[in-house]
Structures are given as structure tokens and as C-alpha cells.
Write a protein that binds this ligand. Sequence first.
Ligand code: ADP
Ligand code: MG
Length: 245
Amino acid sequence: MIRLTKVSRIYQDGARSVKALDGVGLDIPVGCVAALTGKSGSGKSTLLHLMGGLEWPSEGRVTVAGVNLDDLNDRARTRFRLTTIGFVFQFFHLLPSLSVLENLTLPAELASISLRKARSKAAHLLEEVGLPQLAGTYPERLSAGEQQRVAIARGLMMDPPILLADEPTGNLDSETGQQIIALIHRLAGERGMTVILASHSPELVAQCPHRIELHDGRIIHDDTGSGSQVGPHPRSSTGKTPICL
Ligand SMILES: Nc1ncnc2c1ncn2[C@@H]1O[C@H](COP(=O)(O)OP(=O)(O)O)[C@@H](O)[C@H]1O
Ligand SMILES: [Mg+2]
């Protein structure tokens, strides 16, 4: 589902070059729910950005849902991001001038889905994240936890098979953070999504079935791949899909 082969990412910072990722290899199966851990600066955000097609590797190959991201032109890449990846960020990134409902319908509009369908989908997702009453409210009126619920709902508008969350509880108190993690796990389980959650919160990491750990841009722990498969995937009729939940 998500495969990285010898991936490096070098940033040019003035005269200095920073190797944010250094020869990373990953093979994450469908349905895997994994925490991505490591100290600040270890490369977690860079790795998520590469998986989600927000950035390019300096070396190596990123393949997601069978698509080599290098093969996509700008238009195809935008489409890929809209339909394949749901992103959730630490600071929610809701648009302040749009209502909750409008924030949700935006990705669907960008993907040329009819507004009627988009609104009905958004209303359904607001129910799923427990905020049906807030459709007409603007983000500034919401608590941080509510904003993150809306951001999660927005990330699911196009029913992506993959959810990438970058420090999704980093701006929340611990109880609200727990609720958000429980919500992500519930939605991921119901939809069979592949989920990568970047975090250095020990509680969040402990609740994920799998863990990838980075140190200075290199993987020092990974139990998501073929080496850790323990049997057939529960949704697989052939028994050949690896389990990762
Ligand atoms: N746009 C950028 N320009 C220069 N350096 C960057 C940029 N983005 C990240 N870096 C550097 O790459 C390294 C990894 O960063 P990042 O992926 O954000 O790590 P993490 O999310 O684990 O904190 C850090 O040394 C960071 O300073
Ligand atoms: Mg980061």
C-alpha cells in the first residue's frame, strides 16, 4: 500500500544541506495502523509529506496504492492527494472564513463532486465525529478538540484509503487528545484505512498496533512490514493480504 525504497530527502538551508531522511525503506500493508515516532527533527513530518505527495524525495521512490508518485504530473498529483490521502495536522488548518460545512465540502468541490452530494456527505461525517450541530459555525467559535474533529471529518470527505496525521494531538490537552485518538482508531477500523500517526506522545504511541521509529532521518524500528506479518488480513478472501491491525 505504501512503499518507500531507498528514500532520502535533502533540504538546502542557505549554504547548509540538511539530510532530513536518509535511505528510508518501508513497506506498509493495507489496513496498517502505525505510530511514527522519533525526536523533534528526526524526519517524521518529512516522511508524511513524501507519503502524501506534498513533497518529493531527493533520491529513491515512493509508491502509494500502487502508484509511483514520480510518474504523476501536477494535475494527477493533486487528484491523488484529494482522493487517496486524508491529512490531519497539529494546527487543524481549517479555513477561518468558511463555515464548518464549507470547510468540509471544499475538497469535494475541488474534485468536482456536486455540492448537493458534498453537503450530504459532510453532514454524515459531522454526525460520525459527533458534531452535527456545528455545521453552520465558523472555526474561531470552536474548541481545539472540535476543530480537530472537523479537520478529521474533512480528511475523510473523499473516503481516502489512507489517513496521515501529523501530531494530531500536539495542540490538545491530554483528555481531548485521548478522545481524538479514540475517534481516529474507530473511524480507521470501520473503514479499514491505513493510518500513520506521527507523534511523540507515549499514550498515543502505546495505543497503535504498530510503530515506526526514526532517528536522524533513519528508521531504527519498524514492525509494519513483511517481517512482522502474523497471518491473513481479516478482510482478505484469498488469505494473501498481510495483516497489520
Ligand atoms: N523546509 C525545510 N527547509 C530546511 N530544513 C528543513 C525543512 N523541513 C524540515 N527541515 C529539517 O529537516 C529535519 C527533519 O524535519 P522534520 O521532518 O520536520 O522532523 P520532525 O517532524 O520529526 O520534527 C530537521 O532537521 C528540520 O530542521
Ligand atoms: Mg514534525
